[in-house]
Ligand binder design. Sequence first.
Ligand SMILES: [Zn+2]
Length: 267
Amino acid sequence: MQRNLSRRNKIYIYPSAWKIEYGEIASFLSELTGIPVELRNSFFDTFVIDSEKLAVDFAAARIFDIFSTSCAAVHESYAITAIEKEFITEGKPVYGVLYDAGRVAAALRKWIPKQERRLETQHIVFLDRLIATYDAERYHARMLYCSFPSLISTLGMIQAPARPKEFYILRNSNPNIPEEVLLEQFKEKVLTYDDPRLTEVAKGLTLQTVLWTNGFEPFCKNRSCRLYNAHWQEELITSQMQGKICGKHQKIIRIIKDNQNITNKKQ
Ligand SMILES: [Zn+2]
């Protein structure tokens, strides 16, 4: 169930341009797990990155057909690469594009220095891009991708979990209603852009990546636990805003924390 709990951990968080209290997330994680957490600049500003090369990788990670994994690599046109380079250098959110999460993580991993490319050094990258993974014969948008580095998609928090059925009924009956207007109408039950609740939601997601990094299953079946793998916006808001952690996960987090204390003492 667990692996490699014997060496000292460290967590680095890379914020995105979105209004989220990243410092609050760092304190939450370090207090809860005992692991030192450092808030860095955005991933693209922290490391020496060749934006030209990274742009090619981002272009190749674009999903053009949600039913096919083979399409992404063929879209490395000059125009798309140029646009991707602009996105990287300007650090602006990218709307309307879906990226293969595994390919994005692999592309970012290349720019992490060798001394920090170890499982005990955890990297959590917030991206203002929509990421997806392929399963059950199609791509599904995700809030989170546990990997090295782990990815948290800010756009995914808004778009990946399903919204209430009434939302879709209203949208389908009148496709001309702007999304922002619909989101505002349903704001109790859905997350909106620049939503103050995003910080609390992001805390739960970062905690999931910490469990994964330490070899534990990152998701919980208990609907009131912060580690609950929500498929609906309403469930996501409820599980995260209550701020509860179930008994089983409290024990697991204690194991991670105790191990961190032991390794700290040894050093
Ligand atoms: Zn739990």
